[in-house]
Design a protein around this ligand. Structure first.
Ligand code: SF4
Length: 444
């Protein structure tokens, strides 16, 4: 490799948490002389950051490794795998892909300088033990993509052990980052020019519970972050329904900079299915939480996630997921059909598995419902003015169109007379049309 700068190619599969981990990995690697490249053929180090939420993503990870293994026959490269598949499969990765140099887990990214060094002299290096966030985590600056928004993880892992989910097994128990480290990171990204931050966590609203100090909460963190002057917007995802406190709802209502937006996965509209999923709320409790938020926060957007075809889900129980969308007025929902994951209790309930065509049909039906409701929800804003942060501008049929996000997390397209200097500022948009996936209007 000589004295030239070394190059790393990283492919990130799966959720936003993985993307955020990749930004941190690139930051750490830059401290030992690696620059990112988007050209696979130029890279000295190839990393696949994997996701194990669905079988499809795990298969994709191994197919990447297979392709890279063939490249290694002709070139001097190092291959690494990290993320959830690495955490779960550990040494088993080397059985399937013996040419892999390094397997590292979701807790081990801060050991990377040492691990990379070990690959110079050792084969099949593996580090997947679970540790707390390192004390010196702020020593590295994540390498973020350009844009307005910076993602900041505030809590790792999860304590809930829903019966279909691998997160507690691969990412471990809940661990909150220190509030002062998060505030420092937010100040740093604002200095770099980012205008908004998204606080990330599998159960972001459980933030601080593991400190047991009775005072560190997501609401407190939001209040502290809102004091950062040049920071224009703050959002947080994903909320666990029963961890949404009155204090959090009031804080979202009262702080101008905080998106009027909650993403609250429900997973099923049926209390029996929720029980089997080991979600710790009933249909009625979920509904009450949504109603409480709507009564407190004007124009709030509430989105959700649903799994269809969970083992044993009857047609009636599936219909309960359909009807809750109207009842809870869920503005938009992500949907997926159930996919068994190794290590989880639900994966062993084979006798109750729902057949593939039924799952596919239910998914199509709920997707149509989500699309309809999304249109209904966006139409509600026709005639209203929504404060919007401008993310970009584009020319369409000779007209300048601004794209952005409203304070209640709607995608906004607005006509007007502006140039690129408007990007990153707040404008008022009068909504003239709600469509399925966005609201359209004019800057006023
Ligand atoms: S709360 Fe979310 S991350 Fe935690 S186990 Fe349940 S589905 Fe997984």
């Amino acid at each position: 490799m000589g004295n030239r700068q070394k190059l790393v190619y990283i492919e990130t599969l799966g959720c936003q948490m993985n993307k955020s981990d990749s930004e941190r990995i690139l930051g750490i690697l830059s401290s030992i002389g690696y620059d990112e490249t988007e050209e696979l053929r130029d890279a000295d180090l190839l990393i696949v950051n994997t996701c194990n939420i669905r079988q499809l993503s795990a298969d994709k990870a191994y197919s990447r490794l297979g392709r890279w293994g063939q490249m290694k026959e002709h070139r001097d490269i190092k291959i690494a795998i990290c993320g959830c598949v690495a955490q779960q499969d550990a040494e088993k990765v080397f059985k399937r892909a013996p040419y892999v140099d390094l397997v590292f887990g979701t807790h081990n990214i801060y050991e990377l300088p040492n691990l990379i060094k070990r690959t110079e002299t050792e084969t099949n290096v593996c580090s997947i033990h679970k540790k707390q966030f390192e004390a010196d985590e702020t020593a590295f600056t994540p390498v973020r993509k350009e844009g307005l928004n910076a993602w900041i993880p505030i809590i790792e892992g999860c304590d809930y052990f829903c019966t279909y989910c691998v997160v507690p097994y691969v990412r471990g128990r809940q661990r909150s980052r220190k509030i002062e480290d998060i505030i420092q990171e937010a100040k740093n990204v604002v200095k770099q020019g980012y205008k908004e931050i998204t606080l990330l966590g599998q159960t972001v609203d459980s933030y601080g519970r593991d400190f047991n100090d009775g005072k560190t909460t997501l609401a407190l963190l939001l209040r502290e972050l809102a004091k950062i002057e040049e920071l224009l917007r703050i959002r947080f995802v994903t909320s666990y329904p029963t961890d949404i406190t009155d204090e959090l709802i009031e804080t979202v209502r009262d702080l101008d900079k905080v998106y009027k937006y909650f993403h609250i996965p429900m997973q099923s509209g049926s209390t029996e299915v929720l029980n089997r999923m080991k979600r710790r709320y009933t249909r009625e409790e979920y509904l009450n939480i949504c109603n409480k938020i709507r009564s407190q926060v004007p124009n709030v957007t509430i989105t959700s996630d649903f799994i269809v075809g969970f083992p044993g889900e009857t047609e009636e129980q599936f219909q309960e997921s359909m009807t809750i969308i109207d009842e809870a007025q869920l503005d938009y929902s992500n949907t997926a059909s159930y996919s068994p994951r190794k290590q989880t209790p639900a994966a062993t309930w084979k006798a109750d598995y729902i057949d593939h065509p039924t799952k596919k049909r239910r998914l199509q039906i709920i997707n149509a419902k989500v699309k309809d409701y999304s249109l209904h929800s966006n139409k509600k804003y026709e005639g209203k003015i929504l404060e919007t942060i401008v993310e970009g501008i584009k020319i369409e049929n000779g007209e300048t169109i601004l794209t952005g996000r409203s304070i209640n997390e709607k995608i906004v397209h607005a006509k007007g007379d502006f140039d690129e200097s408007v990007i990153g500022t707040l404008v008022q948009v009068k909504i003239t049309e709600g469509s399925h996936w966005c609201v359209k209007g004019e800057v006023v």
